[in-house]
Design a binder for this molecule. Sequence first.
Ligand code: AMP
Ligand code: GLY
Length: 419
Amino acid sequence: MNVLVIGRGGREHSIAMKLAESRLIDKLFVAPGNVGMEKHATCVPIEETETTKLIDFAKEADISITIVGPENPLLTGIANQFQEAGLRIFAPTQEAALIEGSKTFAKELMRKYDIPTARYDSFTDPVAAKEYVVQQGAPIVIKADGLAAGKGVVVANTTEEAFQAIDDMLVSKTFSDAGSKVVVEEFLAGDEFSLMAFVDGERVFPMIPARDHKRAFNHDEGPNTGGMGAYAPVPDVTNEMIDYATKEILQKATAGLVTEGRSFTGILYAGLIMTEAGPKVIEFNARFGDPETQVVLPLMKNDLLQVVVDILDGNDPELEWEQRACLGVVLASEGYPGSYKKGVPLPKIGGSSYVVYAGVTPSAFGLTSNGGRVLLVGSKGDSLDEAGQLVYESLPSNTELEGFFYRTDIGKMKEGAHL
Ligand code: AMP
Ligand code: GLY
């Protein structure tokens, strides 16, 4: 089969690396891809949301299956348009992807189908939103309704901070249309983890759990980012919790989407918090998580393309996982998630780790940075500690790095606890 992957980041590099092992693939293409993927695939210079061009290419190159990485094309209906053109695509329709595209839609779905999540209300009027904040009290969480590249969430410790966030989103329109509606929700205390699953309609096949570190600096301090490192599986997430989350969260959500006429096919991602009352949903995504994918796929024993074919054909993919740990640390540009320089030459990564490319571009001086998150350096090990040790051995020290930084505590602390 010829296969097309859509996207250009670390997640898509990881998907391409995994697909490159498949015995079912003749030719692997990525659009637009990045320089790291050229070892495994042919990069095609078409943007993720240039759907008509992607469809023309898929027909020309005789693509059997297209796999979509990022959320933007999902929300503009890439799956609908590929299907209308008679092309097979492993991705949710625009209607199903709304579970990620609108926080209000996701919250209403959870309320209707009794899925455990934080109490909430949604608002377009800042005065009403502030009244609700006063009624509920701080800490409280303010979220822009639409897509905001992981930046539309404010955990407010005081009423004043909450008011500020409401004004930023509803009055100053910091997130433009994505913030014309806000969800105000209960603050949930607990450790976080992510659970992704292969889904087709009501059939749900969970992967192993992973934990992403979203804050920029050690001890989970500093601003939220797209993710500074991750590991899988998560020692403090028991099989019982995974079974509960699969049944009470993933299966209820997918069954709910079917009932609503929005049947979901693709990867459903639940961002969860372990509260005293059990796991509760922070967010749903309609795609593979980034950087979770970069540490989950390396532990999957199955042929990824076979899994996708099985899901689309209605068969059980019989997922199998290595009984090992995998950990990845993100090398970011100095200044990220704020402003940062581009075009900085990449440092040398040694050791036995694998390197996943995100914001990297070739230049006359060799490979240079062109994004906030530049590389993910990952390793497998017999334990989380071993995997972490191998990764950190491969990285130059933060003081040696010029123009880049990374967290030194990925996998070394329990979320929230300063070990
Ligand atoms: P999100 O972009 O929805 O993943 O949210 C970003 C981060 O905000 C999450 O990883 C959590 O750490 C935090 N967060 C979101 N919602 C809540 C909540 N209801 N209670 C506590 N923390 C939250
Ligand atoms: N790791 C969080 C996300 O992919 O949205």
